[in-house]
Design a protein around this ligand. Structure first.
Ligand SMILES: Nc1ccn([C@@H]2O[C@H](COP(=O)(O)OP(=O)(O)OP(=O)(O)O)[C@@H](O)[C@H]2O)c(=O)n1
Ligand SMILES: [Ca+2]
Length: 510
């Protein structure tokens, strides 16, 4: 048979099928291209901010950075640099006030290196002074003013945008510490599905904050119910569309250095000679203290009296139980004008939720290996560890930890005992809720402390209202759209093939 040269004519259905196939491939390619280009990282537009934490024992300078376009989101600001200022805290310059400012110069230079020079002018710089300066203001207001002027002068001459140097209140210190840790832990983040879940279950837990400095200590948390017994301890916040009623109290003179001074001032009251056998220091440890210096301080001045000696000679005894008993006397639990108190007649509502304990709480517990989150140490084990540490003779401790500064090392026994007294006797944490305290130094790359919260607040980076976020991020939205479109096209194609079997797929077609 003769085969003609004409090709078999393509049927209409086959043509449509081919066009549909072509179009759906094109659509799939377009969708994928859009998804890829849309999610390509934009050139980094970073902003910086600097906060100096002028604490009683030392000053730290922190540099924070965040993506400019996301500055009102929660959890986007992170610490990129910390610089420890050499020498004492600024309150230690009361006898040479003009030297307080220049002491910050080295860290300011370090900040200049971290931040690109074209952004120096727009970078805000803040200094907040805490309990050391609060005490100096009480003891010698004019010296305190001169110290603040000196640091202000130095910060003004730095190439950054100076936003103020001030002594912050204990309430602010507590509140900003609480904001910092909850911001870093993502507890304010309530967008999309988590928000829905939270509103269904009405859960919106924040973490309490425990800060222990050299001169003051703060406790801040959201109580279970609104107790209006002591309004001065309550703060009202609206953050990311949610209201918070926060309890806070700052105990001036109950930082760990001032607590030691208070203890020594008490011990002196009953001494007949200048030598003190101190159970809170290791056996074999010796220290000499100038008595007039000890009583200059507002935390001890009420106990000032005439002594027949001018120096106090401390001899370590290394007896934890005795040490705890002597520290206990610092917490007056006898009268409470409210339904419940911590100590010294200060209102404390029932403890609620988890607590992040930072600064010296962390330094001390971390040194004693008692801060592990993986294997939390129960309260009785914590006490026995501190007891055995206190019982070790000083020469042995010094050899074992020769790399640690003697000032810190010699006081870890006292500090461990003081922390347990403050938490157990002061705030009444028990064996039952001890596991709710988490000793933390950093959260991610940022130090736990009041500075980040302070900057977030002053730069208006925390919005009062929820930034009305869609339930899905942009990337997940595009990805999901691509996936759904592909599934839809395939299903349609398959269905069409099934019900309108084109001739080309039918048997017998050549
Ligand atoms: N590795 C470290 C670092 C500090 N410290 C001690 O921790 C206390 C200070 O802690 P910090 O939080 O830095 O206090 P300040 O901010 O200086 O004091 P305040 O907040 O009261 O103004 C001081 O007694 C210091 O000697 C310590 O034992 N071990
Ligand atoms: Ca501090």
């Amino acid at each position: 048979m003769l085969v003609t040269g004409t090709k078999p004519k393509m049927s209409w259905t086959r043509k449509i099928l081919l066009i549909l196939g072509f179009l759906s491939t094109l659509a799939a390619i377009a969708l994928i291209a859009v998804a890829v280009t849309q999610n390509k990282p934009l050139p980094k537009n970073v902003k910086y901010g600097i906060v100096l934490d002028a604490g009683s024992s030392h000053t730290n300078l922190y540099v924070y950075e965040w993506p400019a376009e996301k500055e009102n989101n929660t959890g986007v600001v992170q610490q990129v640099e910390v610089c420890k200022v050499e020498g004492p805290g600024i309150s230690g310059y009361s006898h040479a006030t003009e030297k307080a400012g220049p002491s910050l110069a080295q860290c300011l230079r370090q900040a200049e290196e971290v931040i690109p020079s074209k952004q120096h002018q727009e970078t805000p710089i803040y200094l907040g002074a805490t309990a050391g300066m609060r005490l100096l203001s009480l003891e010698n207001k004019s010296a305190a003013d001169k110290v603040m002027s000196s640091v202000e002068k130095t910060l003004c001459s730095a190439p950054f945008s100076f936003q103020g140097a001030r002594i912050i209140s204990g309430q602010e210190e507590g509140a900003y510490g609480w904001i910092t840790i909850n911001y870093l832990l993502g507890n304010f983040k309530q967008s999309g599905w988590t928000k829905l879940l939270h509103s269904l279950k009405s859960i919106s837990e924040t973490s309490g904050a425990l800060d222990l400095g050299g001169a003051s200590t703060q406790i801040t948390f959201v109580p279970n119910e609104v107790y209006s017994e002591s309004p001065e301890n309550l703060l009202y916040f609206r953050l990311y569309g949610k209201d918070y009623i926060v309890y806070t109290h700052s105990f001036l003179c109950y930082g760990k250095d001032q607590a030691l001074q208070q203890k020594l001032a008490r011990d002196l009251q009953t001494m007949e000679n200048s030598s003190l056998l101190d159970p809170c220091f290791h056996q074999g440890y010796q220290r000499t203290i100038n008595i007039s210096e000890l009583f200059k301080n507002p935390c001890t001045s009420a106990k000032k009296k005439q002594f027949p000696f001018s120096q106090l000679y401390i001899q370590g005894e290394g007896d934890y139980q005795k040490c705890r008993r002597s520290i206990q006397k610092l917490f007056n639990k006898t009268n409470c004008p409210y339904s419940s108190c911590s100590f010294n007649g200060i209102y404390l509502p029932p403890l609620q939720g988890d607590f992040g304990a930072f600064s010296a709480f962390y330094f001390v517990m971390n040194f004693l290996n008692l801060s592990s989150e993986q294997s939390p140490v129960p309260l009785d084990k914590v006490a026995s560890t501190i007891e055995s540490f206190c019982a070790r003779p000083w020469h042995e401790v010094k050899t074992a930890y020769h790399q640690i500064k003697e000032k810190y090392l010699s006081e870890y026994c006292f500090s461990g005992a003081y922390i347990l007294s403050l938490l157990e006797n002061g705030y009444e944490f028990t064996e039952k809720n001890w596991h709710r305290i988490h000793f933390l130094g950093k959260i991610g790359s940022s130090d736990a402390g009041w500075t980040l919260g302070y900057m977030l607040n002053l730069t208006n980076m925390i919005s009062a209202e929820d930034p009305a976020m869609p339930p899905l991020s942009h990337g997940s939205y595009v990805g999901l759209m691509v996936l759904c479109s592909l599934v839809l096209v395939s299903v349609l194609l398959f269905a069409w093939l099934l019900f309108h079997k084109p001739k080309c797929l039918q048997k017998g077609i050549v």
